[in-house]
Design a binder for this molecule. Structure first.
Ligand SMILES: [Zn+2]
Length: 236
């Protein structure tokens, strides 16, 4: 019975998610999801984990205290990274979020000694409860679930919560957003991050305002360090 249900669920997911690669249009194998392994391997990686002073680090470091900041892919309007993010965020492709996190986790652990040598408490950027109800899942939590398969530590979406929804902020200018974002989050279990290496996980890094707000919330509770990783990076 279970296997019949699983098969039905898989057939259904094939209807929801295209079974041809979004980039090269070749047929996907049953292990592949949205994009084939060959195209996934040539997506534009930032390589930021090999450069401690990378652009993402510089943006954040100027505004808050962080140890490391990295992103896996460059997000551009015309590339497949945009489509992957869209599926992860709005099309319920939860498996792909986990898979991307896993890929990034293996890269970080193999190519960056900070991630290789330390244990982390991963905090996915929380969604506001209203958003959580409408979307049904937090994509950043799923990305963290993939990361933790490679990186040592724990992941929890219960230590921190979002107390203000930011959807109404889209039209405000950057400075306004920055000020506003200061009380976006609240630590529910602050003792879980004290003296720990905290790793903030998000889907896309754009202005950094949301991440900055979370860093300011976390740093009040004496973490050993705070680092940030996202699946994609864009500065436009
Ligand atoms: Zn392909």
């Amino acid at each position: 019975m279970m296997s019949v249900l699983l098969k039905m669920a898989e057939d259904l997911s094939h209807l929801i998610f295209p079974r041809n690669c979004i980039q090269c249009k070749s047929a996907l194998t049953s292990d592949e999801n949205l994009i084939c392994s060959c195209c996934m391997a040539i997506l534009p990686q930032t390589g930021y984990w090999k450069d401690g002073e990378n652009p993402m680090y510089k943006i954040l470091h100027a505004r808050c205290g962080i140890t490391h900041a990295s992103s896996l892919y460059f997000f551009e309007k015309q590339n497949s990274v945009r489509e992957i993010l869209h599926h992860i965020k709005y099309r319920n492709n939860q498996k792909l979020a986990i898979r991307c996190g896993e890929i990034f986790g293996h890269i970080l652990i193999n190519e960056n000694s900070w991630f290789h040598d330390n244990e982390f408490v991963m905090l996915p950027v929380p969604l506001h409860p209203d958003r959580m109800i409408s979307r049904g899942y937090n994509q950043s939590f799923l990305i963290a679930t993939g990361l933790i398969k490679a990186i040592n530590g724990i992941v929890s979406d219960e230590y921190c919560e979002r107390i203000i929804s930011t959807s109404s902020q889209t039209k405000r200018d950057r400075y306004d957003r920055w000020i506003n974002s200061k009380a976006l989050f609240k630590m529910v279990e602050p003792e879980k991050i004290s003296f720990k290496n905290v790793l903030i996980v998000d889907d896309v890094f754009t202005t950094g305002a949301t991440v900055e707000a979370l860093v300011h919330t976390i740093e009040k509770h004496e973490p050993k360090s705070i680092s940030v990783v996202t699946l994609a990076f864009t500065d436009s």
